[in-house]
Design a binder for this molecule. Sequence first.
Ligand code: TXA
Ligand code: MG
Length: 342
Amino acid sequence: MKINTKRLNPEVKGDITLAADILNKGGIVALPTETVYGLAASAFNSEAVKKVFIAKGRPQDNPLIVHISDTKMLSMVTKDVPEVAFDLAKEFWPGPLTMVLPKSDKICQEVSCGLDTVGIRCPDNACAKAVIESGGLPLAAPSANASGSPSPTSADHVLNDLDGKIDAVFMGDTCEVGVESTVITLCTTPPCVLRPGAVTLEQLREFLPDIVVDKAVLEGAKKGEKVASPGMKYRHYAPKAKLVLVEGDSAAFCEYANKNATAAVCFSEDKEQLTVKSVVYGSNKKQETLAHSLFSVLRELDEMGIESAVVHAPTKDGVGLAVYNRLIRACEYNVVSLGENQ
Ligand code: TXA
Ligand code: MG
């Protein structure tokens, strides 16, 4: 059934209280965060959370992240929180870090998909924060895209995927970071990065010197294999265009693209050497620019009617690890290596 999706203004106070009211009554609302847009429901309301899974077409065993507006709300949603979680919260919240912690019984089963843990984050976005505060409720919110497609970094992306399927959407700005939060679990020894993001491994090591990176981050999970973070096993972030990820320096990438491809998703540094149609997704010298534009460029490829393209892979350090992780999924693990990138 198609519903009338209300367009809300993040600057209007009445729209914030309206969204909080919809959420308190069991509705679902898309809102901006600094990473990507989220599709929110009350984390305490099973029926509302079920609606999120249906609107997205999300597999039933992929748990949702719960959003809070303040570290003080941690006790509503978790229990037995290790001391280091408070240190990490102090350093990185509000911001793009999700911590998997033992879950409180109040969090409904639909959020955690039967796990006894829950991923928690405090978003750095005035609208998201105001809606959580106004409703007084933690919000379960996955990315507000149709499951499998690139995550939404603008309200238009949300509407492309979910118009008519959700109660409301905030018509906010483009998301600053552009890739989803770093997910770490503090429920294993050693702690582990389940999904890389803008809070980097290098930054986390200062607090968690023994932290490891789950092997699914760079390899992807095999069919049927049990994974620490269920989201890792699904086809993800993929536009309709068939993509091949190419590792190598600028000269090697451009030579390969000019010989073998009809289109290229490239760094600004590559552009001049390319004779095929090209779309720049940022600068190799500023990995944040690659993260910021990645998902909108993947969506653009489809709008441009591009059927296949090669993509220049970033290095796997800093925020580059997050971009690389999303790209191997978008490329369905088709990777060509032409040597070291730099
Ligand atoms: O930046 C973000 O994190 C965005 C915004 C909206 O906050 N949200 C987001 O949610 O990316 P979603 O549902 O698209 O991704 C959540 C990821 C999935 O890979 C899921 O498997 C993992 O977090 N996850 C959630 N709860 C978990 C848990 N208890 N244990 C392990 N992994 C968990
Ligand atoms: Mg997602």
